[in-house]
Design a protein around this ligand. Structure first.
Ligand code: 13P
Length: 252
C-alpha cells in the first residue's frame, strides 16, 4: 500500500535559527497529534539538515536535501554528495525540481547520475516532473511529462523504482498562487501512474506515492488530496509557515 506523504521544500529560505524554529514548531504538533498515517518530510537547505534532524523526532519526521552532486566525490567545489547527505542522517533528496532544471541547467543525463548515487547511498529520491505553461496551453502536458519520466526514472530497475517518490509539479502553478484544479491534478497523476504500470507493472504503480506540488495550501490541500491518485504534496511557500504546513498535514 502506498504511503501518503506531505513534504516541505524550503528552497533557499530561512536562516539556520529560523529553520530550527520551524522544524521545532512542526515537530511539536506532529508529536502531539500523532499524524502516523502521513509521512512528514522537511526539505531543508544543506546547511540546516543536521540541526533539523537534532530537533525533530525522526521516527515521525524525515529530513530531505533539495539536490545532490552528480559525482560521488572529488574536486567539485561547492558540491554536496549523496554520501555526505546520507551521513547526516537525512533520508530523502529532492531531485529534478523545475527550478534546478531551469536555473542550473539540470538535464536528464545529470539527473540519471544523481538518481543512481542517491539510491546507492540509501537515500529516497523525491523525483520532480512537470510541464511549463506553454505546453499545458497546447494540451501536450501528458507527452511532456511522460518523456521526462522515460529519460530518467524509467531507466531504473523495478526494484530501484520501488524506492522513489514522484512529485508532479506543473511549473505554471509553482509559486504563482495558481493551482491545478482537482481534475487537472487527478488526470495527470493517473496518466503518470498508468505509465508506471506500463513500464513496471500494476503492483509497482499501485505502490508508488505521487505527490502534487504547485501552490498547495491549507485551503486547497483537502480537495487535492481527496483525489485517488494524489498521495500527498510537495509544498513550497506554505511549508515555511508552521501553521500552514501543519494544516496541510492535517488535510489527511
Ligand atoms: P509552491 O508551493 O510555493 O508553489 O512551490 C511548490 C514547489 O516548488 C515545491 O517543490
Amino acid at each position: 500500500m502506498r504511503k501518503k506523504v506531505v513534504a516541505g521544500n524550503w528552497k533557499c529560505n530561512t536562516t539556520l535559527q529560523e529553520g530550527v524554529d520551524l522544524a521545532k514548531a512542526v515537530n511539536n504538533v506532529v508529536n502531539e497529534k500523532g499524524a502516523d498515517d502521513v509521512v512528514v518530510v522537511l526539505g531543508t537547505p544543506f546547511t540546516h539538515i543536521t540541526k533539523a534532524i537534532e530537533n525533530v523526532d525522526t521516527k515521525r519526521i524525515g529530513v530531505s536535501a533539495q539536490n545532490c552532486a552528480a559525482e560521488a566525490k572529488g574536486a567539485f567545489t561547492g558540491e554536496v554528495s549523496a554520501a555526505m547527505i546520507k551521513s547526516t542522517g537525512a533520508e530523502y533528496v529532492i531531485l529534478g525540481h523545475s527550478e534546478r532544471r531551469e536555473y542550473y541547467g539540470e538535464t536528464s543525463e545529470t539527473l540519471n547520475k544523481k538518481l543512481a548515487l542517491s539510491l546507492e547511498n540509501g537515500l529516497t529520491p523525491i523525483y520532480c516532473c512537470g510541464e511549463p505553461l506553454e505546453i499545458r496551453e497546447a494540451g501536450n502536458q501528458k507527452e511532456y511529462v511522460i518523456k521526462q519520466l522515460k529519460e530518467t526514472i524509467f531507466n531504473l530497475s523495478a526494484d530501484e523504482f520501488g524506492k522513489i517518490i514522484v512529485a508532479y509539479e506543473p511549473i505554471w502553478a509553482i509559486g504563482t498562487g495558481k493551482t491545478a484544479t482537482t481534475e487537472q491534478a487527478q488526470e495527470m497523476h493517473k496518466d503518470i501512474r498508468d505509465s508506471i504500470a506500463d513500464q513496471f507493472g500494476e503492483e509497482v504503480a499501485n505502490n508508488t506515492s505521487i505527490l502534487y506540488g504547485g501552490s498547495c495550501n491549507p485551503k486547497n490541500a483537502n480537495e487535492l488530496f481527496a483525489n485517488p491518485d494524489v498521495d500527498g504534496g510537495l509544498i513550497g511557500g506554505a511549508s515555511l509557515k508552521a501553521d500552514d504546513f501543519i494544516q496541510i498535514i492535517n488535510a489527511y
